[in-house]
Design a protein around this ligand. Structure first.
Ligand SMILES: NC(=O)c1ccc[n+]([C@@H]2O[C@H](COP(=O)([O-])OP(=O)(O)OC[C@H]3O[C@@H](n4cnc5c(N)ncnc54)[C@H](O)[C@@H]3O)[C@@H](O)[C@H]2O)c1
Ligand SMILES: O=C(O)C(=O)C[C@@H](O)[C@H](O)[C@H](O)COP(=O)(O)O
Ligand SMILES: [Zn+2]
Length: 371
């Protein structure tokens, strides 16, 4: 099967790059890297996880890089959020030295958000920063591969040790999504829905009409969907690369979502599942503030339910502990609770001093599954 390749440009001056979306792009990875000027004269390192390697995607990527003249070494990390750690970063620095990477070398991140965030963090810091190429292999990674946020986790919180380091190129081979478990497809769709909710009401309405087709991975529909979702992300990042203000809207649903991930030790919910719960909570809080009506909240909840995502706050998570974690969120300053709240579908604002009593009451009520 053939589809027309889509390209989304991210305009950031001398840090600009393209997101190339299409089928069987791994076979062209080496040539695409050469086109953006990554030299073949220095060694490169391909980072992936064991599931992605086991699905055959690493082998393809290595073959393509070698065919294009790159001397490529590999580093395969254990799958899962636990790998986004300083100890795993240390293992990768050792690999980078062993592979002889120099300041003109590049790192290729082939995988989901975990691989992309971790490998990007190594690229941002090894020898004070070298080039990297994002090769997303999950639906969710349409978000993580774009925008340059790279990080590892710390016991104090998610993504709290990190940097802004833009990739040179994003190669999104949607053929790789064929081996992705169904749960991970749904998880990634949560960030797509987020992009509609924060920026593009028509996109959200289109998702309501097409959600079943989206989850069935029809390549044409998928390519359109991912290009449109990446375009929202690119538009926001172009306006505010380092999250001085506007970029915080990309954190819609993440104040509670990150707290849920952290309190459940990153083991129970995927990132997409946690932020789906967080987005429904943010919609409910927006309703409490009189910013949107009940029908809008239910429209949002229904789309998540139809996607197969959770929407209820887990009753085993203590609301007070969730609140404490939300106070430490990166968006919060002076310990004040910060939420991204809606004023309509497609429109959100950052609210910097949400009332703690209101938030706690809502956490308690929704944790008992009352509406
Ligand atoms: N940097 C950002 O802007 C940003 C944005 C969103 C999310 N994130 C981060 O991304 C991470 C979540 O990313 P994710 O959902 O992609 O998780 P992930 O990287 O853990 O991938 C999900 C699972 O799918 C497996 N997998 C990946 N590709 C596969 C394929 N093609 N075939 C078979 N299995 C495959 C992985 O091994 C893993 O088990 C979180 O750490 C989150 O914080 C970062
Ligand atoms: O790119 C951004 O900015 C985002 O907020 C995108 C989020 O989907 C993503 O989960 C990001 O990693 C969260 O950033 P953080 O700064 O809250 O850790
Ligand atoms: Zn996210």
């Amino acid at each position: 099967m053939k589809i027309e390749e889509r390209r989304v440009h991210v305009e950031l001056g001398d840090r600009s790059y393209d997101i190339v979306i299409g089928l069987e792009l791994l076979d062209r990875l080496g040539d695409l890297a050469k086109e953006v000027g990554i030299p073949t004269t220095s060694s490169c390192l391909v980072v992936t996880d064991a599931n992605v390697a086991g699905a055959g995607h690493l082998e393809k990527a290595l073959a393509s890089l070698q065919k294009a003249g790159y001397k490529a070494s590999e580093a395969v990390i254990p799958p899962g959020e636990e790998s986004k750690s300083l100890s795993q970063a240390s293992v990768l620095y050792d690999k980078a030295f062993e592979a002889g990477l120099d300041r003109r070398s590049a790192i290729f991140a082939i995988g989901g958000g975990v691989v992309g965030d971790l490998a990007g963090f190594i690229a941002a810091t090894y020898m004070r920063g070298i080039a990297f190429v994002q090769v997303p292999t999950t639906v969710l990674a349409h978000d993580s591969s774009v925008g340059g946020k790279v990080a590892v986790n710390h016991p104090k919180g998610k993504n709290v040790i990190g940097a802004f380091h833009q990739p040179k190129l994003v190669v999104y081979d949607i053929s790789t999504l064929g081996t992705l478990p169904a749960r991970e497809i749904r998880s990634g769709v949560a960030e797509v829905i987020k992009h509609g909710l924060i920026w593009d009401a028509d996109f959200f309405t289109w998702m309501e009409a097409s959600i079943e087709k989206v989850c069935s991975l029809d390549p044409e529909i998928l390519a359109d969907l991912l290009a449109r979702s990446c375009s929202v992300k690119a538009a926001v990042v172009e306006k505010d690369e380092k999250e001085d203000n506007l970029r915080a809207i990309l954190n819609f649903g993440h104040t509670l979502g990150h707290a849920i991930e952290s309190l459940s030790s990153y083991g129970t919910y995927t990132h997409g599942e946690a932020i789906a719960i967080g987005m429904v909570f943010a919609a409910e809080l927006s309703l409490q503030y009189g910013r949107i009506d009940r029908d809008t909240v239910e429209r949002i909840r229904n789309l998540f339910i139809r996607t197969g995502l959770p929407t209820e706050i887990p009753s085993d998570l203590d609301p007070v502990e969730l609140l404490n974690l939300m106070r430490q969120d990166k968006k919060a300053t002076g310990g004040k609770l910060t939420f991204v709240l809606m004023s309509a579908i497609g429109h959100v604002d950052v609210v910097k001093d949400a009332d703690e009593a209101t938030v706690l009451e809502l956490l308690r009520r929704l944790g008992r599954n009352e509406q």
